[in-house]
Ligand binder design. Structure first.
Ligand code: MLC
Ligand code: AMP
Length: 468
């Protein structure tokens, strides 16, 4: 029989020690296992189940329940608006809803009870079984369901655990959302696989990080920049073993300030929903501002020029970054065409990121191929998806969305719209209600006309220049 995915949860030496703490509630390994088994008892036999993925213990118990039963977990952002939630539920084919049910959801379901107990035993599913279907944005259209197998989850966690010397002696702290790879796969399943207790602060606020007393901290760059803006909280992290940044580029000034305030250079690591975590600096290696390090164990990378040749590893030639290895997803659910677009014929995943590699194998991510893929606060947001939502507003005739450089969020969504004097605040709320709150434009600029080229295509660069 295959080795359990969440190995350490089954073999914890002290089953009574808190293994997962979220806010002021905690579960030991024993409690988590039996509460999750009670969920597995209810859902066994389903293909996919939706989870109302709030930052709470119920989300952890529900996800572990799915993994025990071999049912694909579909984390649904708790702030997902009606369009987005409907799309996720329909596309994923989720058969049940775990959590509190909004009135527009017709699926059967139940509330997860973290005090429920079951001692049923489930055989470990094959590594190829889907573990999660995570919805993520493309440049256009609705979010796509990324199918991650148990093998990919295991490989993604094991690679960084080796690079960071992450062990059960660590206490992991973060407050990231539990519906993406960073917070859920690395930040929850990672802790459960390694067996290091997790303290989740519900929100990634600097004072909560400071008060948590962990040895290993995860954050997106926005979180680290806010930590630096609160020097007392930053200094409180001086005793931690590792501060890890990922999901978006960590600005060099933030890297340097964090190093000065905490006495520790942060670890940077690079990942994607489709590939889990693939490149990182190491606990025992160089940490270079602006560079994300080396492929983790089991991961292969290559950077290719437009004509397809691998570029020189000279630390300056740019190439399109591709990834190979066990951490790769199985494809986009119900979307063979999109899957074929992002996979090379020889089985590598085209990340859409532009990178350079130096002679020592260190990687630097310099940007995205497409201006329509935006990263704001570490969230991936497709310009096309926001434009579609804007066009559904009755006062808007045309819309174009750009990601403008922003000191706090990395990129800030600015929407240019043409229409009958729409009210900016109301338009922002309209998008927040249709998609997810974090996909809302931070600014609306009403213009007479959008700049277009001879083909009629919007000139996004002109909008970016204008917004800057
Ligand atoms: C604001 N709010 C609104 C609103 N405007 N609600 C409704 N309508 C509106 N118009 C509310 C929000 O819901 C929220 O409420 C509060 O106001 C603040 O929202 P915000 O301003 O959007 O939050 P912000 O401070 O900007 O968030 C920053 C952040 C967040 C860093 C905390 O961006 C974040 O959590 N980022 C993490 C993203 C992440 O995990 N990415 C990983 C992807 S995986 P309330 O009640 O909620 O406070 C990946 C792979 C890899 O990338 O490599 O890791
Ligand atoms: P997501 O699918 O939300 O996981 O977003 C993946 C994208 O985030 C990648 O394609 C990169 O563009 C970006 N990203 C993740 N980690 C880093 C990092 N450490 N540095 C730069 N960009 C990153």
């Amino acid at each position: 029989m295959p080795v359990p995915l969440l190995t350490s949860m089954h073999t914890a030496s002290d089953v009574a020690r808190p293994l997962v703490t979220i806010g002021d509630r905690a579960l030991s390994a024993g409690e988590l296992l039996s509460a999750a088994t009670a969920v597995a008892d209810e859902i066994a036999g389903a293909r996919a189940v939706a989870i109302d993925a709030r930052a709470d213990l119920e989300t952890v118990v529900a996800t572990v329940g799915c993994l025990l039963a071999g049912v694909a977990a579909v984390p649904v952002p708790p702030d997902a608006g009606v369009f987005e939630r409907r799309h996720i539920l329909t596309d994923s084919g989720a058969e049940l809803w775990l959590g509190e049910k909004p009135s527009d959801i017709g699926l059967p379901g139940f509330r997860v009870d973290v005090s429920a107990r079951s001692s049923a035993a489930y055989p470990e599913p094959e590594p190829s079984t889907p573990a999660l279907i995570v919805y993520t944005s493309g440049t256009t259209g609705a979010p796509k369901g990324v199918v991650l197998s148990r093998r990919a989850v295991a490989a993604g966690v094991d690679g960084v655990a080796e690079a960071w010397q992450w062990t059960p002696d660590d206490v992991l702290v973060h407050g990231l959302p539990l519906f993406h790879v960073h917070g859920l796969v690395l930040g929850v399943l990672g802790a459960l696989r390694v067996g290091s207790p997790l303290v989740h602060t519900v929100r990634p606020a600097p004072d909560r990080y400071a008060a948590a007393g962990g040895s290993l901290y995860f954050g997106v760059p926005t979180v680290w920049s806010r930590v630096c803006a609160d020097p007392a909280s930053a200094r409180a992290l001086a005793g931690a073993r590792l501060l890890v940044s990922g999901s978006a580029p960590l600005p060099v000034p933030v890297f340097e300030e964090l190093t000065t305030l905490t006495g520790k250079a942060p670890i940077e690591r690079y990942g994607m929903t489709e590939t889990v975590i693939t490149i990182s600096t190491r606990f025992d290696g160089e940490r270079r501002p602006g560079w994300v390090g080396l492929p983790v164990s089991g991961v292969r990378t290559r950077a290719r020029s437009e004509s397809g040749e691998e570029v020189a590893h000279d630390g300056e030639t740019l190439g399109r970054l591709e990834i190979g290895g066990d951490t790769l997803f199985d494809g986009y659910l119900n979307n063979l065409a999109k899957t074929a677009e992002v996979m090379t014929p020889d089985g590598w995943f085209r990340t859409g990121d532009i990178a350079m590699i130096d002679p020592a194998g260190f990687h630097r991510i310099v940007g995205r191929e497409s201006v329509d893929m935006i990263k704001s606060g570490g969230y991936r947001i497709g310009a096309g998806e926001v434009e579609q939502a804007l066009l559904a507003h009755p006062a808007i005739r045309e819309a174009a969305v750009v990601g403008v450089p922003d000191a706090d969020l990395g990129q800030r969504i600015v929407a240019y719209v043409v229409g009958e004097t729409p009210n900016p605040g109301e338009v922002i709320d309209f998008v927040a209600g249709a998609l997810s709150v974090h996909k809302r434009p931070r600014e609306i600029r009403v213009v007479e006309a959008l700049p277009r080229n001879a083909m009629g295509k919007v000139r996004k660069q002109a909008l970016l220049d204008d917004a800057r």
